[in-house]
Design a protein around this ligand. Structure first.
Ligand SMILES: [Zn+2]
Length: 188
């Protein structure tokens, strides 16, 4: 694991930055002393002050009971497990397939793809209804426009409708040999 090593002015040890408590008010966003040094006064008081210890034990118990009362979702919500369980594993499987397909097209086209998953969470009585929607951006091969001719019928033609009439003449000649060849185009 990559991390920054910081020297603690309390104990003089050089420790990974993660062993310093987070604190947005401090420089680097961490407490200046390591967690052990920061907690040392409380730990000493916990050992020596029975009243302080009783208060701390009560606080921890109260918090644990609050979390228990809220149910397992609040205390330990495992998102990976949640996804795996949804619709008997079908959501996990489908999203996996969608992601794989997008990745394949990203590799093939060199363009950027997106897998957007939306969870809608709604209260229904005492229950919580979760619905999932996925909107993807699958890279496509670049498309090129073309020029078309307007036809009298309002449709678009790849070839000029006026020239088309001339090209049809040889076929008419085959069906009706009496019409003279006047177009000079390719003979049938
Ligand atoms: Zn320290």
């Amino acid at each position: 694991m990559i991390g920054i090593a910081v020297t603690c002015p309390g104990c003089g040890r050089t420790l990974p930055e993660s062993t310093f408590h987070r604190d947005s008010h401090c420089a680097r966003g961490r407490r200046p002393k390591c967690a052990e040094c920061t907690n040392a006064p409380q730990r000493r008081r916990y050992r020596t002050d029975p009243q302080y210890r009783a208060r701390k034990v009560a606080q921890v118990r109260a918090r644990r009971n609050r979390m228990r009362a809220r149910g397992p979702m609040a205390t330990n919500f495992d998102f990976a497990e949640f996804i795996t369980d949804l619709d008997g594993g079908r959501v996990n499987q489908q999203l996996g397939e969608e992601l794989r397909h997008i990745a394949e097209e990203v590799e093939r086209t060199g363009q950027v793809g997106e897998l957007n998953v939306k969870f809608k969470i709604k209260r229904e009585g005492n229950m919580c209804a979760v619905t999932i929607e996925s909107k993807n951006k699958v890279p496509k091969d670049p498309m090129h426009g073309s020029l078309f001719y307007f036809g009298a019928d309002g449709e678009l033609h790849r070839e000029d409708p006026r020239q088309l009439k001339l090209r049809e003449l040889p076929q008419q000649r085959v069906r009706q040999p009496s019409i003279p060849d006047t177009d000079g185009g390719p003979s049938a």
